[in-house]
Design a protein around this ligand. Structure first.
Ligand code: GLU
Length: 476
């Protein structure tokens, strides 16, 4: 989708990296070590399907092993190429460093249109791809832990986990070989919606800083803000749902592959989702204006634009026309380097991908820890926590009765206070904490150093500095 005179995705990430390191004090050797992609494994394998042998091409790229395991999703899409997985693997390195998940960066992809195959065929293809990676330790609980990405989800992760378990029958940590599994197969509550939830937490944190909000020529909170969401897959859907249902924002447009829906009063996200599930696209959704050339809607008036599909949708060809004063990159690499320059000059604030969509890998980290500890979060503490709260409530009630004070606690308060945290509550709390902390580390540099103009550069500086420290402490 990028225009022709622009660098490719890998080069675009590289240029963003270079912009940040120019403001850092890194030795050229270390800079180069961090910049390069350590290795990319390409596999071509055959699967007998529909009476003939089909050959597929897949990749697993490892950008940086300064920490292991390395982490990053596996994408099933026709766009998959070596350039793409390497760019995405690099972004994983910086993303993990920024949100302090103790992983290096990796990414995988299979060049396939998942819609071309039925479920059984996809299982055969996924297992075969996983087999190729597992036998080379490119899927391994201690070395390389994939997760879902575009075109894959819980189902594929469950197949991969099972494939690994079959090939490593005595590995007690087998389940930790991949994250994003369904909860019944070793997954964790809250992983499916984690990236969308992270986008919501990121925006909430941004809006806690009125100074930052005014840099984007906005004011107030999320309530009533007009949001355009591009891409209505797992990430776009959940972000739109949470922001409209819980923060009072208006989803004024949803851009999908077959066109866009526009409604200045705000779309009902759940109704649109049900429509898309039934009809396969947004076209025909009642009560909203349909725009066939969906990409045009990226240029509509709004307060916040959320590109949540894939790389390169904001490019030199359309950046100048984009009116959103605030962009939050729920996808990886939605803004090319050229578009980033144009948008920055226009005064647009961009909350960058390596921060904005880090909710997924953050909850993946929790899942991996859960798998290694072999116990659900909250199992030991939850009832003890409830018992202590109950003790306090009962004592206050006793005191009130004794002294004839007539205090009564609001029912709602009492219910909430007496409920210990279950796994989902803990996952949300951990994610919220991660998003707040990471924002503050970026913000410190963005607002504290005059030469750092934007959040993306500050995010890269924080991340690269942490990777550099790890390398240095290893003696490099
Ligand atoms: N594919 C997601 C990403 O791009 C998640 C990665 C993970 O959970 O390891 O961040």
């Amino acid at each position: 989708m990028t225009v022709k005179d622009e660098p490719g995705f890998r080069d675009s990430v590289d240029l963003m990296f270079s912009r940040a390191v120019r403001l850092m004090d890194l030795s050229p050797g270390l800079e180069q070590k961090i910049r390069v992609c350590n290795s990319t494994y390409t596999v071509r394998f055959g699967v007998r399907l529909r009476g003939k042998i089909e050959t597929f091409t897949g990749y697993r790229s490892v950008h940086s092993e300064h920490m292991e395991p390395v982490k990053g999703g596996i994408r099933f899409a026709l766009s998959v190429s070596q350039d793409e997985v390497e760019a995405l693997a690099a972004l994983m390195t910086y993303k993990c460093a920024l949100v302090e998940t103790p992983f290096g960066g990796s990414k995988g992809g299979l060049c396939i249109n998942p819609r071309d195959w039925d479920e059984h065929e996809l299982e055969q293809i996924t297992r075969r791809f996983a087999y190729e990676l597992i036998k080379r330790d490119l899927i391994h609980p201690a070395q390389n832990v994939p997760a879902p990405d575009m075109g894959t989800g819980e189902r594929e992760m469950a197949w991969i986990a099972d494939q690994y378990a079959r090939m490593n029958t005595t590995d007690i940590n087998a389940k930790a070989c991949v994250t994003g599994k369904p909860p019944h197969a070793g997954g964790i509550q809250g992983r499916v919606e984690a990236t969308g939830r992270g986008v919501q937490f990121a925006l909430r944190e941004f809006f806690r800083h009125p100074d930052d909000v005014s840099r984007a020529r906005l004011a107030g909170g999320l309530e009533g803000k007009r949001i355009i969401v591009q891409g209505f897959g797992n990430v776009g859907y959940h972000a739109a749902k949470f922001l409209s249902e819980e923060d009072g924002a208006l989803i004024t447009a949803i851009i999908e592959h077959d066109g866009a829906l526009v409604d200045p009063r705000g779309l009902n996200v759940e109704e649109v989702k049900q429509w898309v599930l039934r009809q396969g696209g947004v076209k025909g959704f009642p009560g909203a204006t349909f725009v066939a050339e969906g990409s045009r809607v990226l240029e509509y008036e709004c307060d916040i634009l959320i590109p949540a599909a894939m790389e390169g949708v904001l490019h030199k060809g359309n950046a100048a026309a984009v009116k959103a004063p605030l962009i939050i990159e729920a996808a990886n690499g939605p803004t090319t380097f050229g578009a980033d320059e144009i948008l920055r000059q226009k005064g647009c604030v961009i909350i960058p991908d390596l921060y904005a969509n880090a909710g997924g890998v953050t909850v993946s980290y929790f899942e991996w820890v859960k798998n290694l500890s072999h116990i659900r979060f909250g199992r030991m503490q939850r009832r003890a926590e409830e018992a202590r709260s109950r003790l306090l409530v009962e004592e206050l009630e006793r005191l009130s009765a004794d002294k004839g004070l007539g205090w009564t606690m609001a029912r709602d308060f009492k219910d909430k206070f007496l409920t210990g945290s279950d796994e989902l509550a803990l996952v949300r709390s951990g994610l919220d904490d991660t998003m707040r902390t990471a924002y503050q580390s970026m913000r410190e540099i963005w607002r504290g150093r005059d030469e750092v103009e934007d959040l993306r550069t500050s995010a890269y500086i924080v991340a690269i500095d942490r990777v550099a420290k790890t390398y240095r402490s290893k003696g490099l």
